[in-house]
Design a protein around this ligand. Structure first.
Ligand SMILES: [Fe+2]
Ligand SMILES: [Fe+2]
Length: 303
């Protein structure tokens, strides 16, 4: 990206909060996203969910859905308890972003975008647990937020970004390659800018920046490597961006794999076939969460 383009994009990202009608929960939610899992206060999350009637209702509905509802859940506190902080945090983030992006600016099918983000969060976290990565919760968050740049591009350059998606779909290529050609920058660059603008921890902005190409960072980091692999696995398991990519994948040949294997030897012993079956088993959870965010069981189930 040229210096001029970079500067212009940075200016636009800074203005994002004012051009979109950012919901009141965005700032307190960002605070929660910045915090390590063990420091998050349960009461603070309950308070945040209670702020907004629609969000509270969606949480209650999800807690009472067959997937979680073993008993009647009637209060927000009980709903947050039943769902768990991690799931509520993802839901809040999804609902919040959903309001930040007006309907006509969504270049991706929102359901496809959230299924990919949640899919990547779950797959990355499970892989982190399997190989003994110290912060599986961080891995989840990295997966959830890795494609923030897609939201930035949808908002700031809707028309041209639509061309990128169209071209990627027609050629069945990776989106970031088409972005490079058409926009002159990728969602990795714009995602890093938004992560920095929001004050998210450095390792999460590194994920946004390096998830398609771990070599972009001075030293490949385990978290970025994990999300890179999680993203690839989702895309080959039809949890991509709503179109089929032609992808040759030999995980062992990936720099991310080799880097991780050095610090986490358990990776070499991982049974990939079993692991991908396990991912398929997580689909129900993904669909339920996306459904709670959109409140449309039908659209989530039909994709
Ligand atoms: Fe991406
Ligand atoms: Fe992705």
């Amino acid at each position: 990206m040229t210096a001029q383009k970079l500067e212009k994009l940075q200016e636009q990202v800074k203005k994002l909060d004012s051009i979109s009608t950012a919901p009141v929960i965005l700032q307190p939610l960002l605070e929660i996203l910045r915090m390590p899992a063990e420091k998050i206060s349960f009461d603070k999350v309950v308070e945040l969910v209670s702020y907004d009637g629609a969000i509270a209702a969606q949480c209650l509905r999800m807690a009472n859905s067959p997937l979680f509802g073993c008993r009647e859940v009637e209060t927000v506190r009980a709903a947050v308890m039943a769902l768990g902080l991690q799931r509520v945090r993802s839901m809040l983030f999804g609902l919040c972003i959903n309001r930040v992006i007006p309907k006509d600016k969504w270049v991706f099918e929102p359901v496809a975008f959230w299924r990919h983000s949640l899919g990547c969060a779950l797959v990355t976290q499970r892989m982190a647990q399997r190989i003994g990565y110290a912060e599986p919760e961080k891995a989840y968050l990295g997966g959830l937020l890795h494609d923030l740049g897609i939201l930035v591009n949808s908002l700031l350059c809707t028309k041209d970004f639509r061309k990128c998606l169209q071209s990627a779909t027609e050629q069945r290529r990776a989106l970031h390659l088409c972005e490079e050609e058409i926009l002159g920058f990728t969602h990795c660059e714009s995602g890093k800018m938004l992560a920095e603008h929001w004050g998210l921890p450095r390792d999460l902005s590194d994920v946004a920046y390096g998830h398609h190409n771990v070599e972009l960072l001075p030293a490949p980091q385990p978290l970025v490597c994990l999300v890179h692999l999680g993203d690839l696995l989702c895309r080959v398991r039809y949890l991509g961006y709503g179109y089929d990519e032609i992808m040759g994948m030999e995980l062992g040949g990936e720099l991310a794999w080799q880097t991780l294997a050095k610090t986490h030897p358990a990776l070499a012993d991982m049974d990939l076939a079993r692991f991908t079956m396990d991912i398929d088993g997580a689909m129900e959870q993904i669909v339920a969460t996306v459904d709670a965010v959109f409140g449309t069981a039908q659209s989530a189930a039909s994709k």
